[in-house]
Write a protein that binds this ligand. Sequence first.
Ligand SMILES: Cc1cc2nc3c(=O)[nH]c(=O)nc-3n(C[C@H](O)[C@H](O)[C@H](O)COP(=O)(O)O)c2cc1C
Length: 399
Amino acid sequence: MSIEALNQPFTLPSGITVKNRIAKSALSEGIAEANGRPSEALFNLYDQWGKGGAGILFSGNVMVDKAHLVNANVMIAEDDEFLDDFTTLANKAQAHGSHLWMQINHPGRQAPIYLDKAPVSASNVGMPSKLYVQPKPLTEAEIYDLIDRYGTAALIAKKSGMKGAQIHGAHGYLVSQFLSPLTNLRKDKWGGSLENRARFVLEIYRDMRKKVGPDFPLGIKINSADFQRGAFTEEESMEVIQMLDAEGMDLIEVSGGTYERAAMVGTQQKESTKKREAYFMDFIVKVREKIKSPLMLTGGFRTAATMAAAIDNKELDFVGLGRPFCVFPNVAKDLLSGEMTDCTVPDLLTGVDKIDMTGMLQTPWHQFQLVRMGKGLKPDPNMDVWEVYEKVTGRKRPV
Ligand SMILES: Cc1cc2nc3c(=O)[nH]c(=O)nc-3n(C[C@H](O)[C@H](O)[C@H](O)COP(=O)(O)O)c2cc1C
């Protein structure tokens, strides 16, 4: 299989051409300044990724409201206060022809207690964990305020010189919470039927489009399914994707799972699915038959051959990679040149089922690599998983 397919430029519906088909999926960096300002560490990180050859670099999720954060030291885009810093970030990331898109998010009920004592959501359905407070249902006025905030963040992305913006509609965050009948029990026009549950995301898209105009690429990352009983299903996801397609999305990225069931990083996926790479491939092939918007698939891609075949077979338009960019900053360039044919990352297994089944070390281990890169250091693929466990939990490793 020739990797040439990955090297083809692609023109999005907005008319913007991306130089190749490899994208860095959003990776929450956790290295912004405490008030959400893009930091020197982020500039260093995106300087390295900017040299790494990706067509698109999606930023880690950027928050629309400083009162509700997904993790500490996350970037915040509420108004023009950090515009110059976002501009510096865009300049670093885009200096070698990659496009930086801002991923825009609100955690809703998935905001940890140490950051959010008064979380909000579609309804008052809490996380099944003491690490989170039960959320308060949003009033209609608050819903409209949030829609406006997503739009404002997209406009900040545009004003900073970034080349696009993406709604984070996946992984159990606020947009996901509105879509799922498990977390959205509302009886008004924002809940109940799928059409009502999808209203929040559609209104966000429309507000963003109104604010940024027709020529600025807008996309979404959405779950193929939540992989939880009673939650957002594949059939529903297919319908919502068709609604988004009808609105004229530039790029729909498919992922899956929530932080209760971390399917996005392969946790609890069948061995056969992991071996075949691309966890949500079966779903995206069905989507492809029904919609015209460009498609991107993220989760599990590791070999150049599989990536190129997916593009060559026209199953999707962009391959998204997450964890490989934490370990191999130049992964796109190296795959495209043929220097690298496989970007498999360490599996981070401790041998303790309770830890391994939840995938709880996946995010922090990879974030620690980003911290290193922010300091100008190279990633350390041999970083000890138990050290990460001890740092994250404050507990000693079991003996
Ligand atoms: C450290 C880390 C941070 C992540 N942060 C985000 C995020 O901010 N937004 C998002 O949509 N996905 C996030 N993800 C999920 C990735 O974008 C991606 O969907 C997932 O890692 C699967 O792709 P992979 O198998 O290529 O790693 C994160 C994953 C990791 C490991």
